[in-house]
Every structure is written in C-alpha cells, then in structure tokens.
Design a protein around this ligand. Structure first.
Ligand code: ATP
Ligand code: PRP
Ligand code: MG
Length: 213
C-alpha cells in the first residue's frame, strides 16, 4: 500500500491532474465527504487528508509514504528526514512582508526601530529579519494575518501573496518579497527504499506532468 498525504483545497485540487498522469484517480470528492482516507482507482494507492501544516509530519514519521506540501510549510517545519525530489510548480505564491499603507516601513528599518510582526511563519520571519539585521518582536498567529496591522496587534505581517487581492481588500501593501513559494513532493526516506518501484513510478509521472515555467 502507498499512502499519499494531501491537504484539502488548492493542494488537493492542483495535485489531481498530476495523479491522473500517474494513472491514479481519487474516488471521492473531499469537499463532499467526511472521510479522511480516500481510495483511488489503483487498489494499492490511497490518499489521506491532513491539515496543510501536518503534511511534513505525516511523511517524516511514516504516517504517509509521500505528500504534497508548500515550500513555506516545509521550510517552517524543517525538512529533516524528508526526500524532496520535485518542485511541482503548483500552488505558486510568494512569502512577503506587508504593512498598512500609512506605516513607513522603510524608515522604521532605517532607524532600527523594533517592528512588531505577526505571522504564521515565525521561523522563516525570524531568519529573514535576522539576516537583514532588523529587530522584530514576532507574534504567532494561525490565520487571518491581514487583520493584525488593522487592529494594532502588529506593525507588519509576513504572509503569502498570490494575486495581491487579499492585501488590497485590507488596505495593506507589500513592502518586501522574502521568497517564491510552490508546492513540493516530499517522500519518506525509508518508504523510498522499501517501496522503491511504485514510489518511483509516481515521482516519474509527476515529473513528466509538471507545468512548464
Ligand atoms: P489551513 O487551512 O489548514 O490553515 P492553509 O491555509 O495553509 O491551511 P492552503 O490555503 O490550502 O492551506 O495552502 C496550502 C499551500 O498552498 C500553502 O502552504 C502555500 O504553499 C500555498 N498557497 C497558500 N495560499 C496560496 C495562494 N493564495 N495562492 C497560491 N498558493 C497558495
Ligand atoms: C492565502 C493567504 C493569503 C491569500 C493571498 O489565503 O493566506 O491570505 O491566500 O492570496 P491573494 O494574494 O491571491 O489574495 P487562503 O486563500 O488560503 O485563505 P485561508 O485564510 O483560508 O488560508
Ligand atoms: Mg490558506
């Protein structure tokens, strides 16, 4: 049995076409079912649905043989013990710093002020600001980061941006791009050795189906 960990929403939706190329069709729509284990058209392959931030954990400890996860989640988790063979080029976005339009980020940085930064990505944010020599107080949030500067909880946020619509709708502006993000295939290293042929088949099929740059 091969177990693939996916999260509901864009990761699931954008992985389906890659699975199709590997000859794997998921038998149920996760939006219409409460099931967490989904069978596929291939009896030896199943999909487990986990929170996006739990995909690396499942794969690292062997709860799943492989998984699809954002580079943001992967770097924040730490990629110990995970074989990372492919950039799938799906779920593309960027990790950025954003502030209220009336907050002068550049002069706060220049003056060496302490900046209050709210984010789900405390590890990545700490590393980024440390590398710039900017002093920050980090505030851990689990979602709706855009609200933090609007309520006075923080001066800035570190969050994902794709179209920029969410920032715009909340009167925030992007002031720095930290890194480009896309989804990665991650594989449990022991599973790769023990179930080499079926896992190789999936890696090769995914590789052949990656959207071009
Ligand atoms: P949860 O709902 O469990 O808090 P989440 O919000 O991280 O999880 P998704 O929104 O499905 O879950 O995001 C999964 C991955 O997709 C992210 O880790 C990131 O790599 C990517 N992603 C997030 N937002 C966008 C976006 N607006 N456009 C493109 N890719 C995105
Ligand atoms: C993500 C991310 C941003 C938004 C950016 O939220 O957390 O809020 O997308 O995308 P945009 O630049 O195209 O507006 P998501 O849609 O995943 O909602 P969530 O709060 O449920 O995670
Ligand atoms: Mg999201």
């Amino acid at each position: 049995m091969i177990t693939l960990a996916l999260s509901k929403g864009r990761i699931f939706d954008e992985t389906l076409p890659l699975l199709a190329v590997a000859g794997i069709e998921v038998s149920e729509d996760p939006e219409k079912s409460r099931k967490l284990i989904l069978a596929t058209s291939r009896p030896e392959v199943r999909v487990v649905l986990v929170r996006a931030s739990d995909v690396p954990t499942y794969v690292q400890y062997g709860g799943a043989d492989l998984g699809v996860t954002g580079l943001d989640v992967l770097l924040e988790h730490g990629n110990q013990g995970l074989y990372q063979p492919l950039d799938l080029r799906i779920a593309a976005c960027r990790l950025s710093v954003a502030v209220r339009a009336d907050y002068d980020y550049a002069s706060a940085v220049r003056q060496g002020s302490r900046i209050k930064v709210a984010t789900k990505y405390v590890g990545l944010a700490r590393e980024f600001f440390a590398s710039k020599g900017v002093h920050v107080d980090l505030i851990k949030l689990y979602g709706s980061m855009e609200l933090a500067p609007l309520t006075g909880l923080a001066d800035a946020i570190v969050d994902l941006v794709s179209t920029g619509n969410t920032l715009k709708a909340n009167h925030l502006v992007e002031v720095e791009r930290i890194m480009d993000i896309s989804a990665r295939l991650v594989v449990n290293q022991a599973a790769l050795k023990l179930k080499q042929a079926p896992i190789r088949h999936i890696i090769d099929a995914f590789a052949s189906a990656i959207p071009s740059a």
